[in-house]
Write a protein of this length. Structure first.
Lengths: 309, 317
């Protein structure tokens, strides 16, 4: 960029009328280009936001009011029944505050597990020397590449045999035993600090665990934030796990509770489309807030790692 | 005592080295246990159960040899069918989505003001994925009253598609949802684009290359690792489609739902959890395992390089 500008300056200092006309044409082209890019971006942006806006419109409709209108109402203009959100959380048939709390509990457990286990393991891979390191790290990469769904049935066989069916255990215990993708990104991150740090600390009499706890962990905050955000989102949106392992509606997590809530619509009871949309929107709001708060880490993280299936 | 056990575990190492190795394995312990208990053991159990008649309500599994695998081709109407649905979806979405995602990322990579804002907006669908979005699209795609069809009618389309109720349009309906989340893929390309050194473009400009030539000669070749990565995750992703198929297809705890949305993973679910045939479902899972193992094998041979690439990058920064 700077180079091409300096070339422009040289041409300008030559200042023949031809050159100036050429530059002017160039700046017109730049404006056309910008207008073109912006109109595409704005158009796509509207397309992206329209479904969410429809969801809000539908969620704010009153009981008995038509959700499907002709033409479709994409923006809330007439009805603002904010009490729908409250109704969804506290209604008598199936209040959703309970699944929301259940999910939150799983989120906390999973984040704790992910942060503890993966930083420990990544520390060994990044900062210590030991036999079979290469081989073990290859195993990490191999299992990272293996899609989780392959274990759909096998894990069920194990957890069912252990008697964990119908409990929350299958949904969080695994987090405490490392996840290859997180081990990989944490190790990449921890490798970037100079080795002298560890040596200096050792000379000062710091133990191995002390190096991990007092030096490497504080430096790894960015990658830990990234893992926490990813884990929050994954746990919050997780559908198959709760679907398979939970059988008691009072233990449901938000994702399957939403579906359950919708299905109870057909049995002729209360929830109608506006309430289902209110529930769906409620379930999405924490993710949106989290996203806007942690945007930089999230997108920056995806950018620096370039991997996230 | 501790020293003796260390010596016993690492006889070839000495002193500090031995201590370091021993401590390293303590740090690794969570992952080693997890690898054995949550990966090797389930795989072992699945290997055994694939050769058994293992029914949820009738516990002791009975050895039946290869019968499960035979049943896939003889008795199970939906084995080939669900693979077909999955592959059809893959063909429908993989390449178009890659091209669109790349185009979007190029758009986002323009050096103009406010790009961060658009980047934020486009990534929103990737954040809110899951049940809520599927429920939303279920309403938007409602054949009679849905907003999308009423929009199509206003454009003069007399007979808009029936979407999830139609054999031909059920899969495109799922693809439509995927299209909405395309910004997630674009971010990955964007990262790749921003890693391309700008001086290459400047040199090309001085040599008189136009933007089209720059795209084909610089952008595409240098982006190839990213493109390859997106391709592989896309293939694996097609085999992971579950939530939209489950909800849009109208599957419940008891009913199998629409056969036009019976993706492979959903078929495994129906066999294993609705019909309780865990042995057979394990056999089906092994097919999935081998398909992904082939994919993983291909990617692994490439990632070795990819991974070292990353490390070099980290070292410089």
């Amino acid at each position: 960029m700077t180079q091409s500008q300096s070339i422009d300056n040289i041409e300008l200092s030559a200042s023949s009328p031809n050159k100036i006309r050429f530059l002017r044409r160039k700046s017109v082209r730049k404006i056309v280009h910008a207008v073109f890019v912006y109109s595409l971006l704005i158009g796509i942006g509207i397309l992206v936001l329209m479904p969410l806006s429809w969801m809000l419109t539908a969620a704010l409709k009153g009981q008995g009011e038509p959700v499907y209108t002709l033409p479709a109402s994409w923006v809330p203009t007439e009805s603002f029944h904010w009490e729908n959100f409250w109704k969804v959380l506290t209604n008598e048939n199936y209040p959703l505050w309970r699944p929301a709390l259940n999910t939150l509990m799983l989120v906390v457990l999973n984040i704790a597990g992910v942060l503890i286990s993966n930083t420990l393991v990544a520390f060994a891979f990044a900062r210590l020397d030991f036999p079979h390191k290469e081989f073990l790290f290859k195993l990490v990469i191999l299992s990272m590449l293996m899609p989780g769904v392959v274990l759909f049935i096998p894990s069920f066989l194990l957890f069912n045999t252990l008697g964990w069916y119908g409990t929350y255990l299958p949904l969080w215990v695994g987090a405490f035993f490392g996840n290859s993708f997180y081990i990989f990104i944490t190790r990449q991150y921890m490798r970037s600090f100079p080795k002298d740090l560890d040596d200096a600390a050792r000379i000062d009499g710091c133990s191995r665990f002390g190096i991990y706890w007092r030096i490497i962990l504080p430096l790894s905050k960015p990658v830990m934030t990234l893992m926490a955000v990813f884990t929050f989102m994954d746990t919050w949106n997780e559908f198959t796990g709760p679907l398979i392992y939970l059988n008691d509606p009072s233990k449901f997590t938000l994702s399957i509770a939403l579906n359950y809530f919708r299905q109870s619509m057909f049995s002729g009871r209360e929830p109608t489309t506006n309430l289902v949309m209110a529930a769906a929107l409620l379930s999405v709001i924490p993710m949106l807030i989290l996203y806007f708060l942690a945007q930089e880490q999230l997108i920056g993280g995806i950018a620096s790692v370039g991997l996230k299936g | 005592m501790l020293e003796r056990s260390r010596k016993w575990i690492f006889p070839s190492l000495e002193g500090q080295k031995r201590k370091e190795a021993f401590q390293a394995y303590l740090f690794l312990l969570p992952w080693i246990i997890g690898f054995i208990v949550f990966l090797l053991v389930p795989l072992g159990m699945a290997a055994y159960s694939a050769f058994t008649r293992w029914v949820l309500i009738d516990p002791p599994p009975r050895w039946i040899g290869l019968e499960n695998f035979q049943a896939m081709f003889t008795e199970d109407k939906y084995f080939g069918w669900s693979l077909g649905i999955t592959v059809k979806y893959m063909l429908m979405t993989l390449i178009p989505f890659m091209i669109l995602g790349l185009a979007l990322s190029i758009l986002l990579n323009q050096k103009l003001r406010g790009m961060n804002f658009f980047r934020t907006v486009f990534y929103v669908p990737a954040v809110v994925s899951g049940v809520a979005v599927t429920l939303l699209f279920m309403n938007l795609l409602h054949p009679e009253f849905g907003a999308i069809n009423s929009f199509l009618r206003s454009l003069g389309v007399a007979d808009p598609p029936n979407w999830i109720n139609s054999p031909d349009w059920a899969l495109p309906a799922v693809a439509f949802m995927g299209l909405w989340g395309i910004g997630g893929g674009a971010i990955i390309y964007l990262a790749g684009l921003q890693n391309i050194p700008p001086h290459l473009y400047e040199a090309a400009k001085i040599d008189g290359a136009n933007s089209w030539q720059q795209f084909w000669k610089i952008t595409l070749p240098l982006l190839s690792p990213t493109i390859f990565f997106v391709l592989i995750t896309g293939i694996i992703g097609s085999f992971q489609v579950f939530t939209p198929a489950y909800i849009l297809g109208g599957v419940s705890r008891f009913g199998p739902g629409s056969k036009y949305l019976r993706f492979y993973l959903l078929h495994i679910y129906i066999k294993g959890f609705q019909q309780g045939r865990l042995g057979y479902a394990s056999a089906l899972a092994w097919i999935l395992f081998f398909i992904s193992a082939i994919v993983v094998f291909i990617i692994y041979n490439r990632t070795e390089r990819f991974v070292y690439y990353e490390e070099e990058g980290k070292g410089n920064s």
